[in-house]
Design a protein around this ligand. Structure first.
Ligand code: GLV
Ligand code: GLV
Length: 328
């Protein structure tokens, strides 16, 4: 195929080869190869005239972006399952389909959420620091005690694919499983997972572990706040692998400092990266990792292939294999 006929696309970061190879095979690919996201002005400049763009959750896609790209733009493929970085209405008004990467990262994300839950409960980062600081003198009957995970009650907020994957893990630990979701599942679906629907207030009051698996929307922003933290047990552990702004972060810092809840394990913060001077950074009972829930080699490869398939389908005017539903 002559180069002039190949669709032009901009890919906003280096992703695994499974994706880049599939895109460059059929498109003129402009690849941003920096470790950091393209600065806004550079992003707007580089998308101009493109038929398709592959964005990450660090790239904001809004009217300004779509104007900069131009009317020939046919697809926005997001390399993520989440899409809160994208103004879906703005894309819909212009008839531009948006793709994401659901399904392939479900189990990998639940694995990391589970690791955070276990590590926060059993104080693994604190224990590791204790050893490396040379403070380990003997076997201590009262050293680094924490709650049991097995047999405890877990509250899963957001019972989509990832939330349900957490329920399967919790079954293996003999836990009581509560969930809350805007869509209550039929008993026939929730019973095999061993999960009981309860109102959010009940879930927060009864759970030893609360784990968040909602999309970020205006309704879920600051779902965890001073008032909802106050409903939780003083022994509770909060796990967040969803989006940072689902938690009111200053409120969480207060709750952890004052003992309103016991510990937290976070894969996401608000903002990202979390500033070194953030109050959470000084708290031993807060474990933070840098938004790595989907970061297994296999899953990032599958996400790349899926995001590439969406991009290529879009530039050739075909239906996207995994398209984000157009807002009602
Ligand atoms: C990561 O957070 C994603 O949405 O894929
Ligand atoms: C995404 O995979 C979800 O479960 O919401």
């Amino acid at each position: 195929m002559a180069d002039v006929q190949r669709p032009r696309v901009f890919v906003a970061r280096v992703i695994p080869d499974e994706g880049l190879a599939a895109v460059s095979a059929v498109c003129e690919m402009d690849l941003w190869d920096g470790e950091l996201p393209p600065p806004r002005s550079e992003l707007l400049r580089r998308v101009a005239g493109c038929d398709g763009v592959m964005t990450l959750l660090t790239d904001r896609v809004d009217d300004e972006f779509l104007d900069a790209a131009g009317p020939q733009l046919k697809v926005v493929s997001n390399y993520a399952v989440g899409f809160d970085n994208i103004d879906l209405e703005a894309c819909a008004r212009r008839g531009i389909p948006v793709g994401n990467t659901p399904g392939v990262l479900t189990e990998t994300t639940a694995d990391l959420a589970w690791a955070l839950l276990m590590a926060a409960a059993r104080r693994l980062p604190e224990g590791d620091r204790y050893v490396r600081d040379g403070r380990w003198k003997t076997w201590g009957p009262l050293l680094l005690l924490g709650p049991d995970v097995h047999g405890a009650t877990i509250g899963i907020v957001g019972f989509g694919r990832i939330g349900q994957a957490m329920a399967r893990r919790a079954q293996g630990f003999g836990m009581e499983i509560l969930y809350h979701d805007v869509n209550r599942l039929p008993e026939a679906v929730s019973s095999p997972l061993g999960a009981t629907y309860v109102p959010l207030e009940d879930l927060l009051g009864r759970s030893d572990f609360v784990t968040l698996h909602v999309n970020l929307t205006p309704e879920t922003r600051h779902l965890i706040s001073d008032s909802t933290l106050a409903l939780m047990k003083p022994t509770a552990v909060l796990v967040n692998t969803s989006r940072g702004p689902v938690v009111d972060q200053p409120a969480l810092a207060r709750a952890l400092r004052e003992g309103t809840i016991w510990a937290a394990g976070l894969d996401v913060t608000d903002p990202e990266p979390i500033p070194l001077e953030d109050p959470l950074m000084g708290l031993d009972n807060c474990l933070i990792v840098p938004h790595i829930a989907s970061a297994s080699r296999a899953t990032r490869g599958r996400m790349a292939a899926m995001a590439a398939a969406n991009l290529v389908a879009g530039v050739f005017g075909e239906p996207l294999p995994t398209r984000v539903p157009v807002p009602a």
